[in-house]
Design a binder for this molecule. Structure first.
Ligand code: AMP
Length: 279
């Protein structure tokens, strides 16, 4: 695996690859890689000739008081996993490379960036769209793979790519779950053993809510009951919303393509998950 930490060196390597007619796949991450990330690499590999992963803990997507400093950084282990998965290129820029002195620009997708996670995490999605736009401009991939686990993030990136006419095919990879249903996440590492036993309740409650929506029960009541179930399980709900899967607006009785989005606090972690379905 080729490793680069400067924009120039990565660009010059990728230019050679592109000149040979190679198709570039891209998977941006913040590192501390797990099977969820690796499933994205695998999907990118199936769609391209050269797979580029990036590891960058992006400061602008963390709000004040969040876990930027203690976010797990496990570069050596990540490199081993990427090599095992057959990743071709790893980009690991420093903060000053991505945000050089004097930079002034932020990329902001209006409306959907302020909903749900954006309402709880001030400026979070502007940080995400800014860094993903920069990375897209550096790598210029043919295809980029993002996890459905971060459903709102995926919707916002798709909107950005469409609005800014960025020539990249954005693909979604399914959420990778442990056998007990818990969506893999770097933030699961913050959980104690006791909390790890509680966390799978999130997916159980999503599954229950999906069945209840399909059984035509009142959506407002389902949202209320789901929050109560989260509390009963030992979590502190941030939000639980039944939405239209494309617009992310609150679902109406006529909508058929739905997603349920949830965020909840558990110990030192804030966990998110979702479930999509048709009715
Ligand atoms: P992160 O390192 O948390 O920024 O995530 C990098 C990419 O991995 C994003 O596209 C995430 O949606 C994706 N990802 C994280 N966890 C999972 C998971 N459990 N299943 C699938 N994709 C995931």
């Amino acid at each position: 695996m080729q490793i680069f930490d400067t924009i120039e060196s990565l660009r010059s390597y990728l230019l050679q690859q592109k000149q040979q007619g190679k198709r570039i796949g891209f998977v941006p991450t913040m590192g501390n890689l797990h099977q969820g990330h690796l499933s994205l690499i695998k999907q990118a590999k199936s769609q391209s000739d050269v797979v580029v992963a990036s590891i960058f803990v992006n400061p602008t997507q963390f709000s004040v008081g969040e876990d930027l400093e203690r976010y797990p950084r496990t570069l050596e282990q990540d490199q081993t996993l990427l090599i095992e998965q057959g990743c071709d290129v790893l980009f690991i820029p420093e903060v000053q490379t991505m945000y050089p002195k004097g930079e002034l620009t932020r990329v902001s997708v209006k409306k959907i960036s302020n909903l749900y996670c954006g309402a709880s995490r001030d400026g979070h999605f502007n940080g995400v769209t800014t860094i993903v736009c920069k990375l897209f401009n550096i790598v210029q991939p043919d295809v980029a793979v993002f996890g459905s686990k971060d459903f709102q993030q995926l919707a916002i990136i798709r909107q950005m790519v469409k609005d800014l006419m960025i020539p990249v095919d954005v693909q979604a990879a399914p959420t990778y779950r442990a056998d007990n249903g818990l969506a893999l996440s770097s933030r699961n590492g913050y959980l104690t053993e006791e909390e790890l036993a509680i966390a799978p309740a999130i997916y159980q409650i999503l599954t229950w809510a999906k069945a209840s929506v399909q059984n035509k029960q009142s959506q407002a009541q389902i949202e209320k009951d789901a929050q109560a179930k989260l509390v009963q399980a030992g979590l502190r709900p941030d939000y639980f919303h039944i939405c239209h899967a494309d617009t992310l607006q609150a679902a109406t009785d006529e909508d058929t393509h739905l997603v349920i989005l949830v965020a909840a606090y558990l110990g030192k972690a804030r966990l998110i998950d979702n479930i999509t379905f048709e009715i």
